[in-house]
Design a binder for this molecule. Structure first.
Ligand code: XMP
Length: 477
């Protein structure tokens, strides 16, 4: 039997090349996520329940990347997360939340809390605009059984359909208001422009956006049970891309799922994985995917290699898939095992167009879950989606949930539950990651990712070389 060599990030370095780059801000990190979707930075937050829900996806899109909402929610819940992202950054909110003026203050409070908004537009029984009710109207309202029409602001400045962003800005400024309902001549609501959304657009010039100017967002689906219904719900909510999420993506289950989704929803932009070989990539490409996700057992919380003995070291897995993917114009997402900007740079240089990240983004303000304190240190839970804890917490059987009533000894976990230090906001982590990759491009004499892939020359290093690459002979403070 022939043994192949498998290498990963710590086995290699990129050989420095002549560079004419004078400042790393000169470099361009834009890349392809999938056949028809581009990003401004090559980073994707992982579809894991301790990494990506709407809060994470909003920040990822603002920075120019994308977040993939995990699938361990009911269809409705997952679609709502997608909707929250879509509503978070559009110039104009097309279907603002409304409430009937004959409802009570309590109804308004409940609805605003459910939808996580600070104000609601008020309509009469013919759905015509009559006013606005915001948290300022409701703040000191002690009698929550009052009708909305008694407490709402009635004299509201509105704008006509077709109002431009600049015009909206002027109106908002002139009247010192934050919300501008767009109302047509018959009194029907056409949309809502808020000062916060305009500021967001100006503050995040590199944000990844759809054709309507809304943030890009993806969502994951499984390969069993309700996946077609889930696909429909997510696409209706506005998901730009779906990810068929299965541990062994080079399988009949994954391939059939890709075919079925593409047949039912031909326009759906579809990523599938995970795979770790050229043959795996080829079979998914033949089934119709728009990008492949590469990585088996490389994730920080994965124990697939320990439990099953299967996997491919991450750098070799990406390198192996590069030729076939390039031949077909299908981007590669390197998923798992990225611990530093150097790892991300090596994955990109090896042929990946983008990098999916779990643990580095876990433990942040935007990751789901609360901050816990132990021995005076703050941390958050970060767990593998095939860990026992994640499986017990799931809400749908199709997502692979188990209950305490079942024999837990029958469940073979392929992931662990862990703690990661609390790290503050994702924005700061992304700045470090993108800054490091930009410098990496410069060391490769490249202005952009594709040039780096052309120039890249890897050198294999010994254990001594690896030790030399770390801080050594000093006490790091
Ligand atoms: P990092 O290293 O960024 O990896 O934390 C995140 C990726 O790990 C994968 N993942 C798992 N792999 N068992 C596995 O073998 C699991 O329980 C598990 N949960 C997540 C996934 O590809 C993710 O993006």
């Amino acid at each position: 039997m022939e043994f192949k060599e498998g290498l990963t990030f710590d086995d290699v370095l990129l050989v420095p090349k002549y560079s004419d780059i004078t400042s790393r801000s000169q470099t361009n990190l834009s890349t392809k996520l999938s056949r028809n979707i581009s990003l401004n930075i090559p980073f994707i937050s992982a579809n894991m329940d301790t990494v990506t829900e709407s809060a994470m996806a909003v920040v990822m899109a603002r920075a120019g990347g994308i977040g993939i909402i995990h699938r361990f929610l009911t269809i409705q819940e997952q679609a709502n997360e997608v909707l929250k992202v879509k509503r978070s950054g559009s110039v104009i909110i097309e279907n603002p939340y409304t409430i009937n003026q004959d409802k009570t203050v309590q109804d308004a409070l409940d609805y605003a809390e459910e939808k996580e908004v600070s104000g609601l537009l008020v309509v009469d029984s013919d759905s015509k605009f009559t006013g606005i009710v915001t948290d300022r109207d409701l703040l000191f309202e002690t009698n929550t059984s009052h009708l909305i029409k008694e407490v709402m602001t009635k004299d509201v400045v509105t704008a006509k359909p077709g109002t431009s962003t600049e015009e909206a800005k002027e109106i908002l400024h002139k009247h010192r208001i934050e919300k501008l309902p767009i109302v047509d001549e018959s009194g029907s609501i056409n949309g809502l422009i808020t000062s916060k959304d305009i500021t967001n657009i100006e503050d995040y010039p590199s944000a990844s956006k759809d054709k309507k100017g809304r943030p890009l967002v993806g969502a994951a689906v499984g390969v069993k049970g309700d996946f077609l219904e889930r696909t429909e719900g997510l696409l209706d909510a506005g998901a730009d891309v779906l990810v068929v999420d299965i541990a062994h993506g080079h399988s009949e289950n994954a391939i059939n799922t890709v075919r079925n989704i593409k047949k039912a929803f031909p326009d759906c932009e579809l990523i599938a994985g995970n795979i770790a070989t050229a043959k795996g990539a080829e079979d998914l490409i033949k089934a119709g995917v728009d990008a492949v996700k590469v990585g088996v057992g490389s994730g920080s919380i994965c124990i697939t290699r320990v439990i099953t003995g299967s996997g491919v070291p991450q750098l070799t897995a990406v390198l192996d898939c590069t030729k076939i993917c390039n031949d077909h114009g299908i981007p590669i997402i390197s998923d798992g095992g990225t611990r530093t900007s150097g790892d991300a740079t090596k994955a990109l240089a090896a042929g990946a167009s983008s990098v999916m990240i779990g643990s580095m983004l876990g433990g942040t303000d935007e990751s789901p879950g609360t901050v816990l304190t132990k021995n005076g240190k703050r941390f958050k839970v970060y767990r593998g989606m095939a860990s026992l804890g994640a499986s017990l917490g799931r809400k749908s059987k199709d997502a692979g949930s188990i209950s305490f009533d079942e024999d837990l000894n029958d469940y073979v976990a392929e992931g662990v539950e862990a703690m990661v230090p609390y790290k503050g906001t994702v924005t700061d982590i992304l700045k470090q990651l993108t800054g490091g990759v930009r410098s990496g491009l410069s060391y490769c004499g490249a202005n952009n990712i594709s040039q780096m892939q052309d120039n890249a020359e890897f050198i294999k290093m010994s254990r001594a070389g690896f030790a030399e690459s770390q801080p050594h002979d000093v006490s790091v403070m």
